[in-house]
Design a protein around this ligand. Structure first.
Ligand code: ADP
Length: 491
């Protein structure tokens, strides 16, 4: 497995030679070490990306030419999909079928942005109608420049794709820092880029600690745009740092997303979507619907079925057949989620199921899927993101109360509603203060549709054409088209 940095089309050791340990969360064993980049390595990477952008001509290629590279990357990922998915399981812990899905999605993301790169050849310029016919004007979309992308550990390759694909499609060059816990598949992306002959410096991948390599990207004067997915506190620091030199910034941060379930639903389907909304990827999903609000008329019946099905979830090593819940990503994450459950109990919540390490799993960062009820509205368990397989379930009486409870959060990433009454479902969807709203489902994510949050859940949108716009500037070009002198000073 690879353990060097990929800078300027070369595999290189970090200048200071540091390393980080990579741990398998299912066994707690060391998989390998990776390079820990420092500010010196980031500087070399940013300079390579600058040269690729400013002089080597990546932004000057046509969209169709860049699309060829993007499609080749997509094909390269697919050619070794299973191998990359296994690496993702080893590194992150998620069940193999989920990893396999992620890797296919990552390839699909490169294909999708290849299509948008081609369209840019036709739609990068827009003629502006002016009231004054002595001038013509057009708005031209141009790449921002060098993008610094910093990503988390929950969807390692997919998060890389969400940033690298639109950035390259737009004509930006990239310095990407994967999360230190899960960098292996990003290094495979570098390997694919290398194999398909992506020009040197267009994509640089530096592994290492957030506070060192990540911070160095954020602070570097040569970076024009920062794209970050991760925790709120780090996002806030990045936005503050970006303000120093007015870097463009897009942030996708945490959430505490509600799922409102009315009393006319099919309880079996509701239970299925509630489980998909919180237990997929061990609940380590920024958009996880972690606050479930259930109409009081079906609350007891639904809760009983939810507990029954949750207790049946097969826990285990993500590589084993039939496993639906793997370990959490790291010791630290496991400790934090366990502490959040203990805090909930202390605050008066009832642990209706789960809350402990599953029996027979002495090693690995395993946790039983957990359902909390009677969670006080002012407790951390109700208010703060837990980022684990922990759901709070609460009854409500009226639609108005459900909407108020749903929106009573400083986050606004996602929200879901389930009802057979389509008019009501649409009405509640409209009332949610969230960037992503699901009706009669929770979590399905499409490369074509905008993704991002209201309030403290972030700024900007990824995916779809919005994802491309994240990496584009708009230039106005205005031309004086008459022979008549302007005649202001010289009469
Ligand atoms: P988590 O707490 O879930 O690990 P973080 O927000 O800390 O989430 O991490 C997301 C990404 O941000 C990772 O790649 C991490 O290395 C990086 N990171 C953490 N701190 C900083 C920082 N101060 N500046 C830049 N990147 C950082």
């Amino acid at each position: 497995m690879r353990n060097e940095l990929y800078i300027d089309g070369q595999w290189v050791k970090p200048v200071k030679g540091g390393t980080c340990d990579v741990i398998n969360p299912a066994t707690e064993e060391l998989i390998q070490t990776i390079s820990a980049a420092t500010a010196e390595d980031v500087d070399i990477a940013v300079k390579a990306a600058r040269r690729a952008f400013d002089r080597d001509g990546w932004p000057k290629l046509t969209g169709a030419q860049r699309a060829k590279y993007l499609r080749a990357i997509a094909d390269g990922i697919r050619a070794r999909q299973s191998e990359i998915a296994k690496l993702e399981v080893l590194d992150n812990g998620k069940p193999f079928p989920e990893a396999d899905w992620d890797i296919a999605d990552a390839a699909g993301c490169f294909d999708f942005y290849a299509g948008l790169a081609e369209e840019l050849d036709k739609n990068a310029e827009e003629v502006i109608a002016l009231a004054d016919d002595r001038f013509t004007s057009k708005a031209v979309k141009e790449p921002i420049g060098v993008a610094g992308a910093i990503i988390p550990w929950n969807y390692p390759l997919l998060m890389a794709a969400w940033k690298v694909a639109p950035a390259l499609a737009a004509g930006c060059t990239v310095v990407l820092k994967p999360a230190e816990q899960t960098s292996l598949t990003a290094l495979e992306l570098a390997a694919v880029a290398d194999e398909i002959g992506l020009p040197a410096g267009v994509l640089n991948i530096v592994t290492g600690a957030g506070l060192v390599a990540g911070q160095a990207i954020v602070d570097h004067k040569g970076v024009d745009k920062l794209a970050f997915t991760g925790s709120g506190p780090v996002g806030s620091k990045i936005m503050a740092a970006a303000a120093r030199d007015i870097k463009r910034v897009s942030l996708e941060l945490g959430g505490k997303s509600p799922f409102v379930v009315f009393d006319d639903v099919d309880i079996e389907q509701a239970v299925e979507w509630i489980m998909f909304g919180i237990f997929w990827n061990q609940g380590q999903v920024c958009s996880a619907t972690s606050r479930v609000l259930v109409h009081e008329a079906i609350y007891e019946a639904l809760l009983a079925r939810l507990i029954e099905e949750t207790e049946k979830i097969t826990i285990g090593n993500g590589m084993d057949d039939g496993v639906l819940l793997g370990p959490l990503v790291s010791k630290r994450q496991h400790e934090q989620v366990v502490a959040a459950i203990e805090g909930a109990s202390k605050a008066g919540a009832i642990v209706a199921c789960g809350g402990t390490r599953p029996e027979g799993f002495d090693k690995g960062y395993y946790l039983r899927p957990t359902i909390l009820t009677d969670v006080p509205l002012d407790s951390d368990a109700w208010v703060e993101e837990i980022f684990g397989p922990v759901v709070c379930v609460k009854p409500f009486k009226t639609e108005e109360e459900a909407i108020d409870l749903a929106n009573d959060s400083r986050f606004g990433l996602a929200a879901a509603v389930m009802s057979k009454d389509d008019i009501r479902a649409e009405r509640v969807a409209a009332a949610f203060r969230a960037g992503i709203v699901w009706i009669n489902c929770s979590q399905p994510t499409f490369t074509e549709a905008p993704w991002g949050g209201y309030k403290e859940s972030g700024i900007g949108r990824e995916l779809g054409r919005w994802g491309l716009e994240n990496y584009l500037e708009t230039k106005q070009i205005t031309k004086y088209v008459t022979d008549k002198p302007w005649g202001w000073y010289i009469k």
